[in-house]
Design a protein around this ligand. Structure first.
Ligand SMILES: Cc1cc2nc3c(=O)[nH]c(=O)nc-3n(C[C@H](O)[C@H](O)[C@H](O)COP(=O)(O)O)c2cc1C
Length: 228
């Protein structure tokens, strides 16, 4: 007579409801953490950006020691910050005697890796760009990131021609980046060898911004003059 077959120990069943509740709880907690971290870091990021811009203004407008925020657009020039009026945020920069030395503006374009964002200065007196500072980029270290520190490249922006045309609706000459070693005009930017794509992005963003903003800066120049 055959003996009783040994019974395989029954597998404990996973309680589906409990599993769903646990996973749902973890997902909710993760979502909450993401929202909390976002809200916690947002003012810190905004403050860091403000400090970076503040520092950069006095680097791109040589000789400036104070600044005043304006919004500038086709509808006019308004004191204050973007959002209160229609237009672009710009920063008027003044010397010790309160004389306007230049206007700092932000510009951006896509480089080799991602968007490059800069602050640059424009002097309505010489109608020229007076300096740039890179605020944000993800260009390749050792190649594209040279746009932030290569002295020869940065020298392009010490007096880059940004004259406004006779009609007052654009630039006399488009600002353009040329291959390394071929710059022959004051409105040209000599590219960094091995980083032509990043160099061209800088030229493109200043040209696009300048075509729109330099005529407006000249039109509303008197409004920038400090009165306080
Ligand atoms: C891994 C890798 C990263 C690169 N990063 C950049 C960059 O950040 N910026 C850039 O302009 N070109 C970058 N390039 C492109 C080349 O450096 C560049 O197009 C090429 O050397 C052409 O030389 P030229 O800039 O002298 O014309 C990269 C290429 C490779 C393979």
């Amino acid at each position: 007579m055959a003996g009783a077959q040994p019974q395989a120990p029954s597998q404990p069943r996973t309680p589906g409801g409990a599993m769903l509740r646990t996973l749902g709880g973890i997902a909710m907690l993760s979502g909450l953490l993401v929202v909390l971290v976002y809200h916690w870091t947002r003012p810190i990021i905004a403050e860091n950006k403000r400090i970076a811009i503040e520092k950069a203004i006095f680097q791109v407008v040589p000789g400036a020691v104070t600044r005043k925020n304006f919004v500038l657009g086709p509808e006019g020039l308004f004191p204050g910050d973007a959002g209160k009026a229609k237009g672009d945020q710009v920063y008027a920069a003044y010397d010790r005697d309160g004389r306007l030395k230049g206007v700092a503006l932000e510009a951006a374009a896509t480089g080799y890796q991602d968007v490059i964002r800069i602050l640059y200065g424009y002097d309505p007196g010489c109608q020229c760009v007076t300096g740039i500072r890179v605020l944000k980029m993800a260009e390749t270290p050792g190649l594209g990131d040279k746009i932030a520190r290569d002295p020869d490249f940065l020298a392009n922006f010490e007096a880059l021609d940004g004259r406004v045309n006779a009609a007052g609706d654009g630039l006399e000459h488009a600002i353009v980046t040329v291959k390394h070693g071929t710059k022959s005009q004051p409105w040209q930017i000599d590219a960094i060898s091995g980083a032509t794509i990043s160099s061209k992005a800088v030229g493109r963003m200043i040209d696009a911004s300048g075509q729109r903003m330099f005529p407006l800066i000249l039109r509303y120049r008197d409004g920038f003059e400090r009165r306080d």
